[in-house]
Design a protein around this ligand. Structure first.
Ligand SMILES: NC(=O)c1ccc[n+]([C@@H]2O[C@H](COP(=O)([O-])OP(=O)(O)OC[C@H]3O[C@@H](n4cnc5c(N)ncnc54)[C@H](OP(=O)(O)O)[C@@H]3O)[C@@H](O)[C@H]2O)c1
Length: 313
């Protein structure tokens, strides 16, 4: 066998061998879906959930009682070494309250490197390349500078914001108050992100060293979305515009932490100053499927946004 053939066979075997995949943010919106789709499509690899609290995290995966869990805390450097041992692929996200990249992500990535991790898939955000102020921009740069093979998943605005962060106001007042004005957002279902991430991880070598924009096919304003919610749920929901400063102080008064209140304000105000989001076909090219539409999402999650009404009747 020629040396070229040996090299080819070795590369093929390397890419096919069982991978050990560590998922950070495993108990969160995206992490849970990534684990679900990885388990569904990859029997060979070992999937490990990196969690702050092993006992409480067990409850997050009732369908996967044998899922391996490892203690890992972004804010505790001592937890990195054990979590990163013998890992081939690291699925990394930035928990919403952590924005100091140098303080938290530099040591984390240095430890990943020391432990021999070569592949990092990072949950970033659409438009990150244009916005140097958001922490994801700096994290992407760090990952490249430190010489990892990388995949950047850059999703648009999560449909699930309607059923998580924005839900208390939706249930209480049937309103959504945001500094978003008439700006159009691109809406993506987190299940679509989980599904595409599982494919990217499984075939990492095929997709590596590129960024993928994962978007839905609809750009819609909050007014349009509340109208659609009203039509589907049969209850009147409305959008209440607010200026960014009042919004920030409203959130602080509600007890939202400073960093998260800033992020929420920027996230919903900036699109007013920008062009409409780009609609990408990366999801359908990679999966061969279509993304969830807003109509499908609202129909699927109708009970969550109308829970208040159901409880009263
Ligand atoms: N919302 C959007 O529209 C949107 C759009 C594009 C990109 N993104 C990005 O998506 C990311 C958020 O993803 P998500 O919605 O899946 O997050 P999430 O649901 O808020 O989950 C955060 C996860 O991080 C874990 N975590 C928090 N602090 C930790 C710590 N100190 N150590 C270890 N784990 C910790 C949480 O674990 P516990 O169970 O222990 O709390 C949880 O599993 C953000 O970077 C955001 O910028 C969001």
């Amino acid at each position: 066998m020629s040396s070229l053939e040996i090299k080819f066979r070795k590369t093929k075997l390397d890419s096919e061998k069982m991978k050990r995949i560590l998922i950070t943010g495993a108990t969160g919106n995206v992490g849970t879906e990534v684990i679900y789709y990885l388990k569904e499509r990859d029997n060979e690899s070992e999937i490990i959930a990196a969690v702050r609290n092993i006992d409480s995290a067990k409850k997050s995966f009732p369908n996967f009682p044998n899922l391996l869990l490892k203690r890992f805390d972004f804010e505790d450097e001592n937890s990195f070494n054990t979590a990163f041992k013998n890992i081939d692929v690291l699925f990394l996200l930035r928990p919403p309250h952590i924005s100091q990249v140098d303080k938290f992500f530099k040591p984390l990535l240095a430890s990943a490197k020391e432990n021999g991790i070569e592949k990092v898939i990072f949950l970033s955000v659409q438009g990150v390349e244009k916005s140097k102020v958001i922490p994801h921009h700096k994290i992407e740069q760090l990952i490249i500078q430190m010489g990892f093979n990388y995949i950047f998943v850059r999703p648009s605005y999560f449909m699930q914001n309607l059923t998580t962060t924005l839900l208390p106001e939706i249930l209480k007042n049937k309103t959504i108050t945001l500094p978003a004005g008439k700006a159009k957002f691109n809406w993506i279902d987190i299940k679509n992100i989980g599904e595409v991430a599982a494919i990217l991880i499984k075939s990492f070598e095929k997709y590596q060293n590129k960024a993928y924009e994962i978007t839905g096919t609809e750009n819609k304003s909050f007014k349009e979305v509340t109208e659609l919610m009203s039509k589907i749920a049969g209850i009147k929901f409305s959008f209440k515009p607010i200026n960014p400063i009042s919004f920030y102080f409203k959130k602080r008064k509600e007890g939202v932490l400073k960093g998260f209140a800033v992020v929420m304000t920027i996230l919903h105000f900036l699109p007013r100053l920008q062009k409409e989001p780009r609609i990408s076909d990366d999801f359908s090219v990679i999966t061969g499927k279509k993304t969830t539409t807003l109509k499908e999402f609202i129909e699927r999650e109708k009970e969550k946004i109308t829970k208040h009404k159901l409880q009263q009747t």
